[in-house]
Design a protein around this ligand. Structure first.
Ligand code: PBG
Length: 326
């Protein structure tokens, strides 16, 4: 017999001791459920590259949100499908007080006031070019875009959003939004900043869902280079200084190191976005019978939590909530 002062397997012998010594526990409280809303009534459309994910008209979305709320899910992130005739270069529809997002937020807060509503602030669903900002001479212009983002954020606050989430990666937008919200008296409306958002190929299915793929070029002049991690700390530091309440890394899986570095270098909560392409990979392999779906989802989300994420935006939220402690 070996004489070993340490036998790590002693702490793995039974489920009881494994549970007692477990380092990270995923719970329903960690989840934010992203949902797609479209105009109309009594319709839902499955997104082909995102099996089991639907775009809902507001009435059916409300039903869906009643269900997920009963499951213990506390927050949703809303994304709109905007019909082509309402798109332009300046994203004017994005701050229409009667727009799809604004009216949907009002309905949600009326029927489900306890559900925490997060709205996306970026121009891409509203842009004829599918870019997150205004295009002038082939460039995505920063400061003019920020003015529109501020109007959008204010219209979401007026509609009752609990938190706005700028996902556009324009410089200075968090500070501009914070100042405008405060000036209008919305001091309790928070900002979830997409601080380290990478120019990733994992967003493909989401752009199918919203019909928002860039019509020319790519997003590399505003979203981060996939090879950079120190730059993420710079973006996070700026966003916190400008007033972000929560900072986010996106995508999650290919950037677990970035999540950890941010967690170790900040005092705000850290969120991670388990994006559409990460969802599609697991769904596609599971449909082929190549992976045990729920086990892979649990392992994936736990890895994001272990890396340091306090919150996870995930399309798996509804599917996985029943398997998690509340
Ligand atoms: C756009 C936005 C994107 C996502 C969230 N907000 C796509 C993009 O930047 O092109 C992607 C989400 C996902 O892939 O699940 N501002």
């Amino acid at each position: 017999m070996l004489k070993l002062p340490q036998r790590p397997r002693r702490l793995r012998r039974t489920e009881a001791i494994r549970a007692m010594t477990r380092e990270a526990t995923l719970t329903v409280d960690d989840l934010i459920y992203p949902v797609f809303v479209m105009e109309g009534e009594n319709q839902k459309q499955e997104i082909p590259s995102m099996p089991d994910c639907f775009r809902y008209t507001p009435d059916l979305l409300l039903e869906e949100l009643h269900t997920v709320s009963q499951m213990g899910i506390k927050a949703v992130a809303l994304f709109p499908l905007i019909p082509p005739e309402k798109k332009d270069n300046e994203g004017k529809e994005s701050y229409n007080p009667e727009g799809l997002i604004q009216s949907t937020v009002r309905r949600i807060k009326k029927e489900l006031p306890q559900l925490f509503v997060i709205t996306d602030v970026a121009l891409d669903p509203y842009s004829i070019y599918g870019h997150d900002g205004i295009v002038r001479d082939g460039e995505i212009v920063n400061d003019e875009t920020v003015e529109v983002l501020v109007k959008m954020a204010l219209s979401h606050a007026e509609a009752g959003a609990d938190m706005v989430a700028p996902s556009d990666m324009m410089d200075g937008r968090v500070g501009a939004i914070r100042q405008a919200l405060d000036a209008e008296g919305w001091i309790n409306v928070g900002i979830l900043a997409y601080s380290a958002k990478y120019a990733s190929a994992y967003y493909g299915p989401f752009r199918d869902a919203l019909d928002s793929a860039p019509q020319f070029g790519d997003k590399k002049t505003y979203q981060m280079d996939i090879a950079n991690a120190r730059e993420a700390l710079k973006e996070v530091a700026l966003d916190i200084a400008e007033g972000a309440d929560i900072v986010m890394v996106k995508p999650a899986l290919a950037y677990l190191d970035v999540i950890r570095r941010i967690k170790d270098n900040t005092f705000t909560p850290v969120a991670a976005y388990n994006v559409s392409g990460e969802y599609a990979m697991i769904k596609a392999a599971s449909q082929k019978g190549w992976l045990e779906e729920n086990q892979v989802i649990l392992e994936t989300l736990t890895s994001i939590k272990r890396a340091g994420a306090d919150l996870i935006i995930t399309y798996f939220a509804k599917q996985i909530a029943p398997l998690l402690p509340r």
